[in-house]
Design a protein around this ligand. Structure first.
Ligand code: XMP
Length: 517
């Protein structure tokens, strides 16, 4: 394991991902963790992240100097670099010499572990107020900028390295190369962490955890639950039962995809519950978004619990109970909830629409160490079809929150058609990976006048909401090519009954959320 010590902001997650891209396993730990505890994890190397503080600020995070004296290779970046400098006797000044953004760097490569083979001049991403003016004793200065005399240093004997900039961001040229130099050359770690190993390792862990007992897993049609289920299925075979609740708010082909493609690829034992009538009845007459969400969540839980009771009853005949619930929790969720240790906190998980806290199960979370892109790779490794592995996020309440107004069967069918057309055309234009997701929304309570054929129409508008995003917390509207928009618009107005207008949502998030409700 390589430990990434988190000094705040978003840097640590990105560094951890870059380390894994170098095929070395990494984990994030908070900077408040005692050094002894970090070392007890037997890390092969430690990386100190950047952070928002100044080393001079009162209360700024510090590190026990023991971290540099344990013989474990350490790489400090930005704040981590400055902390390393002052802890080991170098000088960091608040000179007012700030650098932000892409900055030319001059590198002395000879004898350097980090910089061998990279161009003597290249640009890197800086973001700092304080600057290091003298390296600690015994360290070689290996880079500088116009403003900062000491922009990188290393002590190869002690295996300690640091750079003032952010090698983890794409704006830093050769950043990944330098990180790999540290990992492979500095720390002597072999790049052998692959999704293939992840699958083997997780399968072994799941077997050890579940033993000869049984598990269930709620499938949502999303990537995470599908990959989690496929992994557990590989580990325990038909002692896993998957439950898919078809609430009728799915997109076109979605249920069939789970029923056919997923089962074909995994051989998983699947229980599909047709609950369309139940959801439509519960949603009748309701237009308030929050009320819709609550109803959908509540009905979902009821149906899931009922299905689960049936499975338990069936299993009971063979004298076995169902003790485990599979969840597709990902690493960012774990990190953000304070790196919790597991079974205690069942949160209202988006994959299964918020399960009640009193479910009497132990959790199996085989993806809790993975990032989203790694989950997709594991899915590929497990042989899941592209359409499942590469799919864009889709909200648990489904099309129910993409109809502005009351949800009816007729409206759902109409929206399903429009959504299918938009998806088809975006896929045909090769834009699937470029956009984060593209909600298609039916303004069921709005009508406008149109003319189709020779006649007047009085129909509903459809809204296209294509967005680009990294994590759905913020988003920008995607600048789709006009031809693609034109094609979608023409097809929807021609092919979908009662729709005579297509509009484009050009609002970023904030202020607009991605979904309309
Ligand atoms: P908003 O609309 O809040 O959406 O900008 C952010 C992301 O979350 C998805 N979303 C949901 N996902 N259950 C889910 O599983 C929900 O209730 C839900 N509401 C929004 C949305 O599609 C986007 O990716």
């Amino acid at each position: 394991t390589v430990l990434v010590v988190d000094f705040g902001a978003q840097y640590a997650q990105l560094i951890a991902r870059r380390v894994r891209e170098a095929r070395v396993y990494s984990e994030i730990v908070p900077s408040t963790m005692p050094v002894a505890e970090m070392l007890a994890k037997n890390p092969k190397a430690i990386i100190l992240s950047g952070g928002p503080s100044s080393v001079y600020e009162e209360g700024a995070p510090r590190l026990d100097r023991a971290i540099f004296e344990a013989g474990v290779p350490v790489f400090g970046m930005c704040y981590g670099f400055q902390l390393m400098a002052i802890t080991l006797g170098g000088t960091v000044d608040n000179t007012g010499a700030r650098e932000y953004g892409r900055t030319p760097l001059t590198v002395s490569r000879s004898g350097s572990t980090l910089f061998e083979g990279v161009p003597a001049q290249h640009s890197v991403w800086m973001s700092h107020g304080d600057a290091c003016s003298a390296a600690p004793e015994g360290f070689t200065v290996t880079a500088s900028t116009d403003v900062v005399p000491v922009a990188a240093f290393e002590n190869d004997d002690l295996k300690l390295y640091g750079v003032q900039y952010h090698p983890e961001v794409l704006h830093s040229d050769h950043g990944q190369q330098i990180l790999e130099h540290f990992l492979y050359r500095g720390a002597g770690i072999a790049p052998d962490w692959t999704t293939h190993n992840v699958v083997d390792e997780q399968v072994a862990l799941i077997r050890a955890q579940v033993g000869d007992k049984r598990a269930i897993c709620g499938l949502s049609g999303g990537v995470d639950s599908a990959v989690a289920a496929a992994l557990v299925n590989r580990a325990i075979g038909d002692r896993l039962t998957c439950v898919y609740v078809d609430h009728g708010l799915m997109r076109k082909g979605e249920t069939e995809q789970v029923e056919k493609d997923f089962v074909a690829a995994t051989g998983v034992k699947l229980k599909v519950v047709d609950a369309q009538e139940r959801f439509l009845t519960a949603l009748a007459g309701v237009s308030d978004p929050e009320e819709k969400r609550k109803i959908i969540g509540r009905e979902f839980i009821r149906v899931f619990e009922q299905a689960q009771a049936e499975i338990v009853a069936e299993a009971g005949e063979h004298g076995e109970s169902v003790d485990f619930l599979v969840q597709g929790t990902l690493y960012p969720d774990v990190v953000e909830s304070g790196g919790g240790t597991g079974t205690a906190n069942i949160k209202s998980h988006h994959n299964v629409g918020g399960l009640p806290e009193d479910l009497q199960f132990e959790l199996v979370e085989p993806l809790r160490k993975l990032f989203k892109d790694e989950v997709r790779m594991v899915g590929q490794e497990l042989g899941l079809p592209e359409e499942i592995v590469q799919r864009q996020p889709f909200p648990g309440p489904g099309l129910g929150i993409r109809i502005v107004g009351e949800v009816t069967k007729e409206r759902l069918d109409l929206l399903r058609e429009a959504d299918a057309i938009a998806r088809e055309e975006l896929t045909a234009a090769g834009l699937d990976r470029e956009i984060w997701q593209c909600p298609v929304v039916l303004l069921a309570d709005v009508r406008s006048v149109g003319v189709q054929g020779d006649g007047r129409t009085y129909g509903h508008p459809i809204v296209l909401r294509p967005v680009s995003s990294e994590d759905a917390m913020t988003a920008d509207w995607s600048r789709l090519p006009y031809e693609v928009l034109a094609k979608i618009s023409t097809r929807i107005t021609n092919e979908v009954r009662d729709v005579n207008r297509v509009v484009l949502d050009v609002t970023s998030k904030p202020p607009g959320t991605i979904e309309w409700e």
